[in-house]
Design a binder for this molecule. Sequence first.
Ligand code: GLU
Length: 497
Amino acid sequence: MIKKQVRTRFAPSPTGYLHVGGLEIMIFAYIFAKQNKGEFLLRIEDTDKKRELPGAKEALLQTIANMGFVYDEGPILKNGKIETKGKFGPYIQSERLDIYQKYVRELINNGHAYYCFCTPERLDTMRGEQQKNNQPPKYDRTCRNLTAQEIQANLDTKVPYVIRMKIPDNETVTFNDLIKGDISFNSNDIDDQVLLKSDGYPTYHLAVVVDDHLMQISHVIRGDDWLSSTPKHLLLYKYFDWKIPYFAHLSLLLNTDRTKLSKRKGDVAVEDFLQKGYLKEALINFIATIGWNEEAGNEQEIYSLEDLIKKFDITRLSKSGAIFNLEKLDWINSHYIRAKTVKELTGLCLPYLKQVKPDITQNLAEKVVAIEQERLKKLEDINQNTNFLINDEITYQPELLVWKKSTLSQTKENLGKLIIFIQDLKNSDYKTAKGLEEKVITWIKENNYGVGDMLWPMRVALSGQQNSPSPFEIAWVIGKETTVKRISMAISNLKSS
Ligand code: GLU
């Protein structure tokens, strides 16, 4: 049982988009905080000025908001501007530079960090040598032994410098990871990490430790690509004499062949998934259940966020990587799509339908959605093969109208009978697709017509497609007038062929 106040954070760097792997970390950090009645906060780690893109922070915050996540503290977007929520701010690292300066000076004063005046050229040569001798890349500690006078002289003459961490020799750094168990590192394998860069910005390693401490983070939940950095962080906690948080390193998402998930934006950006019409609740459900399962043999696949908060157990997170299987995502997404009312789903599909028909009416949109709902894997599919429902003009080869062994002239004759029957129908017969179906089928039976001989040409006349929803569903959507118009168009197509 965790007794102290649980505070977790999601600390993305603004790279231009939110990676699905980042979403996974956010989901679990959020769920863990909420199930322990704790707080979840967002911090933006933008200390890498070279990688900074204009507008990236705002885009990141927008995606997090679109995913429906509300954090207790952090930078929030209000009318396009970033504001701060919470009393531990600022929550954007580039606005905290003086804080890092203060702490790095403290490390220097206590003998845990040192000035390094090596030029980039010298470091390059050193690395080249190490490579040649098959040695791991590590700073050779030249500046660790400078005298106080040498340092002062360099500072006085404004020689550019970085500040490095003094890593001790022959020490074992150990911690217990909540997911991966006991982990040990030998300090001889750790580089004298740069903590402050020559531009005065901290590196991730300094900033993350200072911020996690000052923001009172109890549990650091992050990707296991940071696992090898954790011993450096543990040493920093020791040097500052700060309480060490719990660590939980999540395995990264994998492709179905267990290779690392690509970094190609189009395949992994959360905003692109939302854009295609994956619902936020489906994305959360999918990501949470590929990385975690309730108990061995449990087959439950559908979990709401509330459900996850109740049942989640951090120790049952995957140790070996979750498989990002798009087929499963499609399956989960269609489940959530089917669970919507037609009205709700129409609201969600309308922006997509408007791309095809900007002036589409609510009534038409609702009907299209009603007959497509069962088939949709994602919202953008609403525009696949539905053009004949939405737009007036359809084109097809007249031969497509002919059912199996029937002929062009027989088909023309059948459609001639059908159009007379349809014209005589009352508007009330058009109220539901089911009612219309009953009328037409009864008429076919009473007259001993072949079902396929009548319904195949009817369906093709209305859709122009080899495969489509039933003729009754289509007729119901397009209405009596268009139904009659299309059948008569089919008859004239057959005449001229
Ligand atoms: N800024 C780091 C990232 O984007 C966060 C690592 C951490 O959570 O400590 O991966």
